[in-house]
Write a protein that binds this ligand. Structure first.
Ligand code: ATR
Length: 278
């Protein structure tokens, strides 16, 4: 049996096992996908144990907080998008070694374009945050056809560093990319993506609502109760609110395709999951 898992700490609330089990059912693939709680300082050892599992053949794993950096260090090969993100959420165990990828950005873009039905070509995008979550999605946002991506962060220096790292990606896509501090964002945007930890901390949305064009898509990477404050704010200010559940399913679909070579029906699985999660 081919084995997969999600490694994290905490990991007990992860929806990934459910999502991948549904993908496998719907595509006729035979696999097992579990949860693996790794000690905060013991990622490499937990990964080695999983790879030597006697219950089947470990083929790969997803990696969530706080191990996306450790996962990169464990890989012998990194895709360009994982190198750019400096974070890995998907490992594949192949004959020549461990391959690391980052499917978060593709998941975000696919959710916006395919599930929310918002084309990104020529659009102005505001990305809030410059931590790991923002780093995972900036490259794919710049490659999406967006005209301009502004990265706004509480700590301006982190936004500047992230933007500088991505300058070479923006260039061939003719996208403008700028760094700003949260209080210094000018203009208004078609798409707002909240990749800060503000929702998790229960804090106010850290930017003025004037950044929203009428009918803008306003998305938080969180889902469930953590996203409620942001979604409410977005709706009150005339934007179309969207949580991170679609991104979660789409980043999983991307991983599933990397592992199995088959694209799962992600829109169907998202609507099923939505009925469970609310
Ligand atoms: P993650 O991997 O979830 O991105 P992280 O790397 O710790 O976690 O980054 C957290 C992000 O949320 C950062 O951009 C952080 O801003 P700073 O770089 O200034 O620390 C941002 N953040 C956290 N709490 C916030 C708040 N209450 N308001 C605004 N931004 C916040």
């Amino acid at each position: 049996m081919d084995l997969y898992c999600v490694m994290g700490n905490p990991v007990e609330h992860s929806r990934s096992p459910w999502i991948h089990a549904r993908f496998a059912e719907l595509t006729g693939q035979t696999l097992q996908y579990g949860r693996l709680l790794a000690p905060v300082d013991g990622f490499a050892q937990a990964l080695a144990q999983f790879r030597s599992s006697a219950e089947g053949t470990a083929r790969g794993c997803n990696v969530t907080v706080p191990f996306k950096f450790d996962a990169g260090a464990s890989a012998q090969f990194l895709t360009p998008r994982a190198q750019l993100a400096q974070a890995v959420n998907c490992l594949s165990f192949r004959e020549d070694g461990i391959h690391g990828d980052n499917t978060d950005g593709a998941g975000l873009v696919n959710d916006i374009v395919q599930n929310a039905g918002v084309a990104l070509e020529g659009k102005d995008v505001l990305l809030l945050g410059a931590g790991g979550a923002a780093a995972g999605v900036l490259g794919p946002l710049l490659a999406s056809g967006a005209r301009r991506v502004v990265v706004a962060n509480r700590t301006l220096g982190k936004a500047i560093a992230l933007v500088q790292r991505h300058a070479a990606v923006a260039l061939p896509h003719h996208a403008d990319v700028e760094a700003r501090s949260l209080g210094d964002v000018s203009g208004s945007f078609d798409v707002l993506v909240n990749a800060t930890a503000s929702s998790l901390a229960g804090d106010e949305v850290p930017v003025d609502a004037r950044v929203l064009k009428p009918g803008a898509l306003a998305m938080d990477m969180m889902y469930g109760p953590a996203a409620a404050g942001f979604l409410d704010w977005a709706a009150r200010h005339g934007a179309a609110p969207r949580d991170g559940l679609g991104m979660l399913v789409e980043q999983a679909a991307e991983a599933f395709e990397i592992w199995r070579g088959v694209r799962p029906p992600s829109a169907q699985v998202l609507s099923e999951l939505r009925a469970i999660v609310g």
